[in-house]
Design a protein around this ligand. Structure first.
Ligand SMILES: [Zn+2]
Length: 207
């Protein structure tokens, strides 16, 4: 697993691969495909490009990467409206306008993406955006959480389709119910773990 911070908002793009089978996936290719490509060794076979949600800072390099390394693009259908507004989002945040691409797989709760020997389960975690998802693998105690949760913080809920109460419910019901030693890899900033956030995150520990 590699963390590759990209773009002006420093989005964590993750490259996750199975050592034995050389199958891999790219999570949130936000920008700077030339840097991401450097990490994809020739022998890694990219099966999926997973978007945790459809904010442009998480997906602007999707089309370019898919054309170079392949992979099925995966997004939850509840975030399609954001993708249709990608140009407006890019203008608002003064970010690069993404080239268009199509969604190959609609992600759904309990759906699993197989990367070699690892099954990544989809957890629907709306609140930051309506179609926000997390990707959880039990055996490696890994969960990619997008902008749902950050180290001692949570995602913003003031963007289109966002809802603070829904976001806190998603965190408590979907992330805090995972084993305490599960490592959480957010869309921005450092990694954390379930136990730490349960006890220290001021946005979810307040009554
Ligand atoms: Zn976001």
């Amino acid at each position: 697993m590699k963390t590759i911070p990209v773009g002006p908002l420093s989005v964590n793009c993750y490259l996750s691969a199975c050592e034995q089978t050389k199958k891999g996936m790219i999570i949130d290719p936000g920008d700077q495909e030339e840097i991401i490509l450097r990490y994809i060794e020739r022998e890694i076979d990219i099966e999926y490009i997973v978007l945790t949600h459809a904010h442009v800072d998480h997906l602007a390099a999707t089309a370019q990467l898919q054309s170079k390394v392949g992979g099925l693009v995966c997004l939850h259908s509840a975030d399609r409206f954001l993708l249709e507004n990608a140009d407006a989002q890019a203008e608002l945040f003064q970010l690069r306008r993404p080239d268009s691409f199509t969604i190959d797989i609609d992600l759904k709760e309990q759906h699993a993406l197989k990367i070699g020997h690892y099954d990544f389960q989809i957890l629907e975690t709306p609140g930051h955006s309506p179609g926000g998802i997390c990707l959880y693998n039990e055996s490696s105690k890994t969960c990619f959480v997008g902008d749902t949760l950050f180290y001692e913080s949570i995602g913003r809920s003031d963007l289109p389709g966002g809802d603070h109460d829904v976001l806190v419910d998603s965190i408590k019901n979907k992330i805090y119910t995972l084993p305490g030693d599960t490592i959480l890899y957010p869309g921005h900033g450092p990694k954390t773990d379930v136990e730490h956030e349960k006890t220290m995150n001021p946005f979810t520990t307040r009554p």
